[in-house]
Design a protein around this ligand. Structure first.
Ligand SMILES: *[C@@H]1O[C@H](CO)[C@@H](O)[C@H](O)[C@H]1NC(C)=O
Ligand SMILES: *[C@@H]1O[C@H](CO)[C@@H](O)[C@H](O)[C@H]1NC(C)=O
Length: 367
C-alpha cells in the first residue's frame, strides 16, 4: 500500500469537496506530508500479545487454542485459514497497511516466512496468552515473557540479515504494538475459583497485571524499542460468550466486565504517562479501542453492520476454535454484517474499523 491509498482512507472525495477555506487546505497539506513520509519513517511493525494479534504462532505449538481451519480465514486472501482468529485480517494487518508497509503481518513461528519477510513486520503473539504466566498455562500457549525471548532471537537474525547498523535503525524506528489482557480476566481470573481468585482481590489482580505490563514495557525499551503502543481492553462484557452466560441480564452486555475493562484501561493509561517520564527517548502511546468498539456495538447501522449480540460462526453463542471449525449450517453467509466472527473475536470488518480509528487517533504520532 502506498501513502496515497492511505490518504483515500482518511479523506473520502466528498469530504475534500467540502474543504473550501484556507484552514482546511492547511489540514489537507499537513495530512499529505504526514502520509507521504509514513513509509520512510516506519520500517517495521513488531507485535506482542494474544489472539487479537496472533497470525498463526499457535499452529506451531501443541495447544488447542487454534484456528487454522475453515471457516476461519474464509475472507482472507486465498480463503486461507492462517491461524488468525477471524474470517479475514486482524487489526495489526490493517495497521501495517495503513502505515504503508504491507497488507499483513506474518507469524514468527510460521516456516512459510523468513527474516526477509519479518524485517518489515512480525508478530510474536499467541492466542490465549495473558500478562500473567498462569494465563498462558491454561491452554499451554506462549507466555508473554517468552514472546520477548523470541524478539531477542529475531534481533540476532535481523542483524545477520541487514547488518548491524541497519538492523539497529530498524529496531529503533519500528512501531511496537502490545495487545493483551482480556484472557487474564476471562480465561483465568473469573474462570477458576481456586486460582488467582483465591490469591488476589480483583483490584489486587489489576495491580499485579499492570505491574507486569510495566516491566514488559521497560524490558522492551531496554531491548531498543522506542515507538511503543500499549493497547487497552475492549468492552469484553459484550463478547457473545459473555452475553450468552448473562441469563439474568437477558443477554445484554455484562456490565461488570465492561466496567472492569474501563478501570484497567485507566491503570494502563496512567502507566503510560509515568513511563514516558521515566524511560529515556521513549514514545509510548496508549491505544484504547474501548469507545470505538462500543460505538460499533451501540450504533451498528452507521457501519453497515446488523448483528451485534451473536457471532457469525455456528450458533454465534459460544463457539470458538475447534467448536467453530466444525461444518456448521448456522454459520452466517456474510460476516461483514456482524461485529463478532466467533464468540470471542471480532470480524475482519470490525478489526478494520478499529485499526483505522487507532491509526487516526493515536498511531499517527509515530510517523
Ligand atoms: C526468504 O525466502 C525467499 C523465498 O521464499 C527467498 O527468496 C529469500 O532468499 C529468503 N531469504 C532469506 C534471508 O533466507
Ligand atoms: C513468569 O515466568 C518467568 C519465567 O519463569 C519469570 O521470569 C517471571 O518472573 C514470571 N512472572 C511473574 C510475574 O511471576
Amino acid at each position: 500500500m502506498t501513502g496515497t491509498c492511505h490518504l483515500h482512507e482518511l479523506l473520502q472525495p466528498h469530504d475534500v469537496d467540502r474543504l473550501d477555506d484556507s484552514f482546511s487546505v492547511v489540514v489537507v497539506v499537513v495530512l499529505l506530508v504526514l502520509v507521504s513520509t509514513t513509509e520512510a519513517k516506519v520500517p517495521a511493525v513488531i507485535v506482542f500479545g494474544d489472539s487479537s494479534v496472533d497470525a498463526g504462532n499457535n499452529n506451531f505449538i501443541p495447544t488447542v487454542a487454534r484456528s487454522n481451519f475453515q471457516p476461519y480465514g474464509r475472507d482472507f486472501s486465498g480463503g486461507h485459514a492462517t491461524g488468525r482468529f477471524s474470517n479475514g485480517r486482524i487489526a495489526t494487518d490493517f495497521i501495517a497497511q495503513g502505515l504503508g508497509i504491507k497488507p499483513f503481518i506474518p507469524a514468527y513461528l510460521d516456516p512459510a516466512y523468513n527474516i526477509s519477510d519479518f524485517a518489515t513486520g512480525v508478530t510474536f503473539a499467541s492466542a490465549a496468552t495473558g500478562y500473567d504466566n498462569a494465563t498462558s498455562d491454561v491452554l499451554s500457549v506462549i507466555p508473554l515473557w517468552k514472546e520477548l525471548d523470541y524478539f531477542q532471537d529475531y534481533q540476532k537474525k535481523l542483524k545477520a540479515h541487514l547488518g548491524e547498523k541497519q538492523a539497529t535503525q530498524t529496531i529503533t524506528e519500528a512501531v511496537y504494538i502490545i495487545s493483551v489482557g482480556t484472557n487474564d480476566f476471562l480465561e483465568n481470573y473469573y474462570a477458576f475459583q481456586g486460582g488467582r481468585q483465591s490469591q488476589f482481590t480483583i483490584t489486587q489482580y489489576q495491580d499485579f497485571l499492570a505491574g507486569i505490563a510495566e516491566s514488559f514495557v521497560k524490558k522492551l525499551h531496554g531491548l531498543g524499542a522506542r515507538k511503543i503502543s500499549l493497547g487497552g481492553l475492549p468492552p469484553m462484557g459484550c463478547m457473545p460468550l459473555e452475553r450468552t452466560t448473562n441469563v439474568m441480564g437477558q443477554h445484554t452486555c455484562v456490565e461488570s466486565y465492561n466496567n472492569l475493562a474501563v478501570e484497567f484501561n485507566g491503570r494502563l493509561s496512567n502507566l503510560v504517562v509515568k513511563l514516558n517520564k521515566q524511560l529515556p527517548g521513549v514514545n509510548l502511546l496508549f491505544s484504547n479501542p474501548y469507545y470505538a468498539f462500543m460505538h460499533i456495538i451501540l450504533r451498528p447501522a452507521l457501519y453497515g453492520i446488523e448483528v451485534t449480540e451473536v457471532a457469525c460462526c455456528a450458533t454465534g453463542m459460544f463457539e470458538m476454535g475447534y467448536a467453530c471449525g466444525r461444518t456448521n449450517p448456522f454459520t452466517c453467509p456474510n460476516a461483514d454484517k456482524y461485529v463478532f466472527w466467533d464468540a470471542f473475536h471480532p470480524t475482519e470488518k470490525t478489526n478494520h474499523i478499529i485499526a483505522d480509528y487507532v491509526l487516526k487517533k493515536v498511531l499517527y504520532k509515530f510517523v
